[in-house]
Design a protein around this ligand. Structure first.
Ligand code: MN
Length: 741
């Protein structure tokens, strides 16, 4: 709440009283029974409860409940119970008073409404809103046994939207998006057209400020021309209506900025080409309701005698009103400038209903003292609408699904909880947003029940399930997939944590190894190991040990500092020859095949490194490459990287032969198949349960029903991989499984 430095308390009290008086005046001029006493008590109670609290705009807080009550009374047409509840609607949430206090002071009915309003501010309309399609209407019903709760909430939102400019921009976006997403469609369903239009326009204004400005000024700029055109269009009709002796108004109404913009978007047309920019409206006075329909059709006749009507654009909502009681006759005719013009024909009563929904409807039918009965009927109608299967919940969500948010999307968890994410967020972002553990173990996602890779970019309205695996761990490459600041921070932390765990494991192994050989740990031993392994630091050494990249052996501990003897490479096979230059040449022929050397280990030392690019495993044909610092890196014979090295450094190639089969080597497998339920689970079962193979990494994608899986496993030799592929191929749905390196 902001503090306003130059407040004049007297002036402020006058402002509050004036606003309240305006509320009362409106109420007193309505058809409701005049129950001023309870409204008055509610006002004073709320005013005292919010005493000293200010809104962000600097206004005294009580101005908000008064404004909400005024909307409830004058724009929705509700009575004293709702007005009182509106005045009290934020008391329980924002002050120390409880629902019990409200009940004691104002009775059960008002207390229940206030309770409902307090609950839904943290419920369906709150941050943790649950708006899954099937459940949406059900939730509305169960969470608000009294429909007035929804109507008051609607008024609350409308006032918050009207005063949205005092919120910071990021909140504006969120609130405006939510309004467009939940409240405007709801207002439409409830027949609150004026409120729906205003909510949409306000949302649009904050979501797309520049577009809003542009369209507003275009409407303004075209006003004169429009008025001229309308004068020409209406003149001959006026003449005829005057001759009928009708009491009427004939006006032109420009559509809302939002609906014009929506049309431009949907039809991909510029402003100038929105031909139904405005609608003409004839509203006539008629005392007898039974005369209304006849008069509508008479007016229709007059219009269509002057202008040609569009054959498909006559809307008769007289005979069968819309479900929300909207009644009118619409006809579209060709105007004098050759453009179609829609004319809406209504009686005053119908017009009132059109603008204010049900609230207006019952107002016209009252005998004295019938308000409560009629109101109850109306509220029942709304309840029926919400229960009604047509138009169904999916239609409702269609409006919702329109991705009209400029910077944010809303996606849903399988339980229907919405999550606001920035545009461009991936499945992995969502996983991290939900929980770090979900993020670090995420292997894929299911978006709208289809399997997608964790890099999949989410769209508004997507329902997303995160698929995890206990054997998955965070990868540095994920930094490219995660776009949210929160996701990046959590991933970075997870990666650090991951590395730390491996370092600790490596350190433990190193210490155990020393203990086993009765060697006392010393810095000398450590630095020896570091230099022998060509690593830069203690952490790097431990990391490589922990990550199975360095195998511990006794030769590492040569105390005399003689160093390991790299005598497992014996001879340069290219010695005395020109190194081959042609990269496409078959490598096996470049090497002197007559000389067979064993990749020898000495005292258990296997001080070679397995190439990262091709991950050869025992059983593969391999070639060694001697690096500048006398290390040997073992590549697969057909490794493309080796082919490149060969071109420049052919003389450093060594023939190798496997000796040890006990190590754990990394192999990659690609699996392709038809995506079906349980396929992933079956594959994982074969790997980890049936064959007890260590899974290092797994990434899954599914595109149009095609299942793709890349798998890294740790194995002792190539035959294990061959067997594994054979087993995986037996899984239902799998069409192929092959080793990729
Ligand atoms: Mn409020």
């Amino acid at each position: 709440m902001m503090q306003n430095s130059n407040i004049n308390p007297e002036e402020e009290n006058r402002m509050i009283d004036a606003a309240y008086q305006n509320l009362l005046n409106g109420y007193l001029s309505s058809n409701h029974r005049k129950k001023v006493e309870i409204i008055d008590r509610a006002f004073k109670f709320a005013r005292d409860a919010h005493q000293g609290i200010r809104r962000r705009s600097g206004e005294p807080y009580i101005m908000h409940p008064i404004a909400v009550a005024t909307i409830v009374s004058q724009e929705i047409g509700l009575g004293s119970t709702s007005i009182s509840a509106s005045l009290l609607h934020d008391v329980v949430e924002d002050t120390d008073y409880t629902v019990e206090d409200i009940k004691a002071q104002f009775g059960e009915k008002i207390a229940r409404i206030v309770d409902g309003l307090t609950k839904i501010s943290g419920g369906i309309f709150g941050d943790k809103a649950s708006v899954q399609a099937e459940n949406f209407r059900k939730l509305l019903l169960t969470m608000s046994e009294d429909v007035r709760v929804i109507l008051i909430k609607m008024a609350d939102r409308l006032h918050n939207m009207r005063t949205l400019s005092s919120m910071p921009p990021n909140k504006q976006y969120k609130i405006a998006g939510e309004t467009l997403y939940i409240y405007a469609p709801l207002a439409q369903r409830l027949g609150l057209y004026a409120i729906k239009t205003e909510l949409e326009d306000l949302s649009f204004k904050y979501n797309h400020p520049q577009e809003y400005e542009r369209i507003s000024s275009l409407i303004e700029a075209s006003e004169e021309q429009r008025n001229e055109l309308f004068a020409r269009f209406s003149a001959p009709i006026r003449e005829r209506l005057d001759n009928m002796g009708l009491d009427y108004t004939f006006t032109v109404r420009v559509k809302s900025c939002y609906s014009i913009w929506k049309k431009m978007q949907m039809k991909h047309i510029p402003f100038e080409e929105v031909y139904d920019l405005y609608a003409a409206r004839i509203v006539f006075q008629c005392d007898k309701e039974y005369d209304e329909k006849r008069l509508c059709w008479s007016i229709y006749d007059q219009i269509t005698e002057v202008y040609t009507k569009h054959p498909d654009r006559v809307r008769d909502w007289l005979t069968t009103p819309k479900v929300n009681k909207y009644q009118a006759l619409h006809v579209t005719v060709m105007g004098p400038d050759g453009n179609w013009v829609e004319v809406q024909i209504r009686s005053h009563r119908m017009d009132d209903i059109a603008e204010r929904g049900f609230a207006a409807h019952w107002k016209y039918k009252l005998g004295e003292g019938e308000e409560e009965k009629e109101l109850a009927k109306w509220l029942q109608t709304i309840t029926d609408i919400l229960k009604e299967p047509e138009p169904n919940a999916i239609d409702f969500l269609d409006t919702i699904k329109l991705n009209l948010f400029s910077s944010e999307i809303i996606v849903f968890t399988p339980k229907g909880e919405p999550m606001t994410m920035p545009k461009g967020a991936s499945v992995l972002d969502l996983a991290f947003a939900l929980h770090t553990d979900l993020g670090t173990h995420c292997i894929a996602g299911k978006v709208n029940h289809e399997l997608v890779p964790s890099s999949y970019k989410l769209n508004s309205g997507d329902q997303v399930e995160i698929i995890t695996s206990n054997t998955q761990y965070p990868q540095p490459e994920w930094m490219q997939v995660v776009v949210t600041a929160k996701g990046k921070a959590r991933l970075r932390q997870a990666l650090r944590h991951q590395r730390r765990l491996i370092i600790d494991k490596g350190e433990q192994r190193f210490m155990d190894f020393l203990a086993k050989h009765n060697i006392e740990f010393s810095n000398e031993i450590l630095s020896q190991a570091i230099s022998r392994q060509f690593v830069g630091s203690k952490d790097e050494l431990y990391f490589m040990i922990g990550n199975d990249e360095i195998q511990l052996n006794e030769a590492m501990l040569n105390k005399k500092g003689q160093g390991a003897r790299f005598n497992w490479w014996r001879r340069n096979p290219f010695k005395g020859k020109e190194a081959p230059k042609e990269t496409t040449q078959d490598l096996s022929q470049a090497i002197d095949t007559k000389m067979v050397y064993r990749l020898e280990t000495r005292d258990g030392v296997s001080n070679y490194r397995i190439a990262d690019c091709c991950h050869p495993i025992p059983g593969d044909d391999t070639v060694g490459f001697l690096t500048e610092d006398n290390k040997v890196v073992v590549h697969k014979m057909d490794c493309p990287m080796l082919a490149r090295l060969k071109a420049s450094y052919g003389s450093r190639l060594l023939e190798t032969q496997w000796e040890e089969y006990s190590d754990r080597f990394q192999a990659s497998i690609h699996i392709i198949g038809i995506d079906q339920k349980g396929i992933l689970q079956s594959i994982v079962n074969i790997i980890s349960t049936n064959m007890s193979i260590n899974m290092k990494k797994m990434s899954v994608t599914a595109d149009q029903g095609v299942f793709n899986c890349d798998l890294d496993v740790l194995v002792s030799d190539a035959t294990v991989v061959t067997n594994l592929c054979r087993e995986i191929k037996k899984v239902k749905g799998v069409t192929n499984a092959t080793r990729t390196n």
